[in-house]
Ligand binder design. Structure first.
Ligand code: FES
Length: 142
């Protein structure tokens, strides 16, 4: 059999895989500071006998919000709680903070209103909704 393709030894293949991994990490890091990975959001408290508690209502500021695992809980106005998926619709980073009245992605600077709509790009689509409800003194999933 005539094979005109170059042969790759194991070392060449592994070096290529490393370069791909570095490129993938840099693509999400944006500014190279990897802030999203440095400060993971606390995971919601799972309860075996009931809904998953995302946050205490008292811990969600009016006009702000908190990030609980893969859910952002905001309170645009007193007593109104909104659940949003924390995955940025630009390139898939987890949003890093709720500050200044917006949900902010540190990867490339997208900002979302407390209802998930886009305030500033590069994201073009709103954050996906997550169903949340108040149960007692807590905001729970579902
Ligand atoms: S992933 Fe690019 S701004 Fe969020």
């Amino acid at each position: 059999m005539n094979n005109d393709l170059p042969t790759l030894d194991r070392r060449t293949v592994m070096a290529g895989a490393g370069a791909l991994a570095a490129t993938a990490l840099a693509a999400c890091g944006g500014r190279g500071d990897n802030e999203s990975a440095a400060a993971p959001a606390p995971a919601p408290a799972a309860r075996a006998d009931g809904p998953t508690v995302l946050a205490k209502t008292a811990d969600v500021p009016v006009g702000g919000g908190v990030i609980a695992g893969d859910t952002v809980v905001t309170q645009p106005s007193a007593g109104v709680f909104v659940g949003l998926d924390s995955t940025c619709t630009h390139a898939g980073c987890r949003v890093g903070e709720v500050a200044g009245g917006t949900v902010n992605c540190r990867c490339h600077g997208s900002k979302f209103a407390l209802d998930g709509s886009v305030v500033a790009g590069p994201a073009q689509r709103p954050l996906a909704s997550r169903t949340v409800r108040v149960e007692g003194d807590s905001v729970v999933a579902g």
